[in-house]
Structures are given as C-alpha cells and as structure tokens.
Ligand binder design. Structure first.
Ligand SMILES: [Zn+2]
Length: 314
C-alpha cells in the first residue's frame, strides 16, 4: 500500500494539474471502481449518479489527510466568473489501493487498457484567454483494489473532510495536527505502542514502515505499553514519525514538469532511507546487533533488541 509520502506526492501532482479546472464530463469505464474491496457489484444507475454528481463542478484542490486523498469540488462559477473562489460542496474520493494510478493526459492521448474512469477537465471559460486547454484525469487500476466515490464534506479534527474520513485523526504533517492532544491520547493507550501508532483514530498516516522506523529512532520497543511509558519518550516517537515521513517526502524528488502524473505506491518510487524496516537478520546500523522481526497485530515488525529494550513489566 502507498504510505503517506507517496500519497502526498500524488496529491501535489494532481493539485498542480487540476486545481481550478472544471469537470465538463466523466465516464466510468468499469463501474467496479465505484465499489469497495468487499462490494464490487455496482448497478448502472450508481455510475450515472456518480457522473452527474461530478459533472459541471469546479475542482478547488486535491487534499489529503493521512493516506486518505480527495478532490474538493465546488459549484462552477460560470462564464466570466472564473476568478471567484468556489465554496467547497462535495468531495471526490480517490483511494489508490494497491495498484491505482492517477494520470493527467491530453484529451487525444491513447487510453491505457486498465483505465477505469475518465474525467474531462477544462481550464478557463469559453472565449477567455485560457480557452482551449482540455485535459483528462484518468484513473488507471490494473487489479481494481482502488476506489472512486462522491461524498459530502464534514468537519472533523479541525477541517473539512469526506464523510467517511470523519473518524480519521489529523496526521503529523498537517497544520490541524495538535501534538499535545495526540500525545495525551497515546499516553492513555494500554495496547502495545506499535498497534497504537497504526490506530488511525489517534494519529493518521503512520503506516507499518514508518511506525517501525519511528520506534527505532526513538529507542522504544514495539511491545512497550504507552500508558506505562514516560511521556517524553512517547513524544519522541511522535516526533520521529513526523520526521521520517517528511524526510521521505524530501528525498522523493518527485517532479511534475511533464504532463503526466504516474505515481504508483508499490513501484519503489521513493528511495526510503530505512534504518530498520525490512532489515530482519541484518546488523543494526547503530550497534551491530542483529535486527529482529516479529509479528504484532498481524504486521511484520522490525526492531533492534539492543537499541530498543524490551519492556519489563509486572
Ligand atoms: Zn541497535
């Protein structure tokens, strides 16, 4: 699955190309993309409703919270009113899943065989100086693990988000994130810290890879219980999580100078500087001890038994 830095790189690219455009039409080539992993049977009317909901709307911007991405849509201000900012009304959810890609194309580019939906975009109104720029935002997904959907916007954790994201807490890289609140909630948890970090209702956006990296950097064992760990050490874990994710973004080196956004979370696109994740059996970069791997809550967890002391409770 793409982690936060990958999703953010897609968001930035999509925002650059689509913010301020109007969706003049849409086509759902494979209605299964409107379903979810557990429900892929979609009747024809759902596809029609989806197209009707997005057509004629102005894309205000691409937004993200944790690994959750969406386009905020507003009413199209109409001819001659394009300078007026539209009020956010609706969200177009884009869940990339395992193999989803968002691509920006010229309208006459050939269509990739795994294209599941197409949004026709136009910048500026007819007769204006910017007339003539017709783009297409295409959702390509070979294995159909991704999802597209339209949802109302609701207020949650300090900003407007799609309704189904209302339980997702702010992520450490967004302005609405309150470090004090997250620390307070984390410090009350009696589950193991590795699982607490993956709890999206506590802090969002920390996936398996960055949880392991954050715990290693902070010197905390993945089985430590937050409620029995000093707050300053928990604060260090949250700081480390924010830092490893922003570092990953910085080295991502994504450039969107071509008219083509083609980012796939599983492509190894990011040159992640990982110190512990995926290094089971190898030497610790700090002390040379063999990195261990164990399964916690069904997820592979990597840690140095020397740098991250096992908790001694009871
Ligand atoms: Zn070590």
């Amino acid at each position: 699955m793409p982690e936060l830095p990958e999703v953010e790189s897609v968001r930035v690219g999509v925002h650059e190309w689509t913010a301020g455009t109007t969706i003049t039409g849409a086509e759902v080539i494979d209605p299964r993309i409107l379903g979810t992993t557990s429900q892929r049977r979609i009747d024809a009317s759902a596809a029609e409703e989806f197209v009707a909901a997005v057509t004629g709307r102005r894309i205000i911007g691409a937004e993200r919270r944790g690994k959750f991405m969406w386009l905020t849509l507003g009413e199209d201000p109409g001819v001659g009113q394009s300078a007026e900012p539209a009020a956010p009304e609706l969200s177009l959810l884009v869940h990339l899943g395992m193999s989803g890609q968002l691509r920006v194309h010229n309208a006459n580019d050939s269509i990739h065989k795994h294209t599941r939906a197409i949004f026709r975009l136009e910048r500026g109104s007819a007769g204006s100086e910017t007339d003539g720029e017709s783009l297409q935002l295409r959702f390509v997904d070979q294995r159909i693990f991704g999802h597209l959907g339209v949802q109302p916007l609701v207020h949650a954790y300090g900003r407007l988000v799609p309704a189904s994201a209302n339980h997702i807490a702010a992520d450490p890289l967004e302005p609405a994130f309150e470090p004090g609140l997250a620390l307070e909630q984390l410090s009350r948890k009696r589950t193991v810290v590795k699982s607490a970090l993956l709890d999206q209702s506590l802090v969002s956006g920390i996936g398996n890879i960055y949880a392991d990296e954050a715990l290693f950097r902070a010197g905390i064992h993945p089985l430590a219980i937050p409620a029995r760990t000093r707050k300053s050490r928990l604060a260090a874990v949250l700081d480390s999580a924010a830092r490893v994710m922003s570092d990953a973004l910085a080295v991502g080196g994504t450039s969107f100078d071509a008219l083509y956004v083609n980012v796939n979370g599983e492509s190894g696109y990011f040159d992640r500087a990982l110190l512990v994740y995926g290094r089971g059996g190898q030497e610790c970069v700090r002390c040379g001890t063999e990195i261990e791997k164990m399964t916690i809550g069904g997820r592979g967890s990597h840690f140095c038994p020397n740098c991250q002391n096992a908790p001694r409770y009871r």
